[in-house]
Design a protein around this ligand. Structure first.
Ligand code: PMT
Length: 225
């Protein structure tokens, strides 16, 4: 099928991990490299979109003149950056692996190893996809990700509903060739009104293309309404 053109469309993509400071030299984070979100940004830009990439800490860069990268470190920064541009977007893709919790009170000086046990208290970070999902207007399309290790379909479908996504991309760490850091991924797309679709293991660039084909179809429908 012919590729949808994204010319004239603005798309926000969150990507990469976030880092939550424990002290000035240590942090809580996860294994996201940013590759999946960057592949989405580059493919959307190639198809003509104006892409706003809110990117957590990674050494990787997105390369395309249509991509504006907004670098952030923490979940709170990612939320503020996403929130400030969301209203102007036609679509948002939430590919970031956001730390769900952050140290409540990061130490101002480097922690010393005095005690046998160290307890760090954590507070919940804002759920960016959820919060922006509550602000979504009828024409905006939201695409979520779910990274699961068990009961994959159940959790993905719950997130599709709870976070007000139009569709969700499940990647499971049980699938070889899927998930963090790899150059490939294997995904299942869950929709609200049609059967799910599982891909084979493909380069993240091609996975990005499959996700954007679906997003483009939905954008076409809302534009014609
Ligand atoms: O970066 P790579 O190394 O290429 O790896 C890609 C990836 C595995 C990180 C990516 O494909 C992926 O699955 N990203 C989402 C990972 C994740 O955090 O999933 P989740 O099930 O915890 O979150 C569900 C959804 O809510 C996601 O769209 C997430 O971006 C969003 N979320 C979650 C928590 C939070 N505080 N804010 C959010 O926006």
């Amino acid at each position: 099928c012919p590729q949808t053109s994204f010319t004239g469309k603005s798309i926000m993509i969150t990507a990469g991990p976030t880092q939550e400071a424990i002290d000035p030299v240590r942090y809580i984070s996860n294994q996201s490299s940013g590759k999946m979100g960057i592949a989405l940004a580059e493919e959307a830009a190639r198809r003509g979109a104006a892409v706003h990439l809110v990117l957590g800490p990674t050494h990787l860069k997105a390369n395309h003149p249509n991509i504006r990268t907004i670098p952030v470190d923490t979940a709170l920064e990612m939320y503020k950056a996403a929130q400030s541009i969301h209203g102007k977007m036609d679509a948002a893709v939430f590919a970031a692996a956001v730390a769900d919790y952050a140290p409540s009170q990061p130490a101002t000086e480097k922690l010393k190893k005095t005690d046998e046990e160290l307890h760090i208290s954590l507070r919940k970070n804002p759920d960016i996809a959820y919060l922006l999902g509550t602000q979504k207007n009828g024409r905006q399309i939201h695409v979520g990700f779910a990274l699961e290790t068990e009961q994959e379909s159940k959790f993905a479908l719950e997130k599709l509903q709870n976070k007000n996504f139009d569709f969700i991309v499940l990647n499971s760490l049980k699938d070889e060739g899927a998930g963090f850091q790899k150059d490939t991924n294997q995904i299942t797309l869950f929709f609200k009104n049609k059967p799910s679709l599982k891909t084979s293991v493909l380069p993240k660039k091609e996975i990005a293309g499959i996700i954007l084909d679906e997003l483009g179809r939905l954008l076409d429908t809302t534009t014609k309404e």
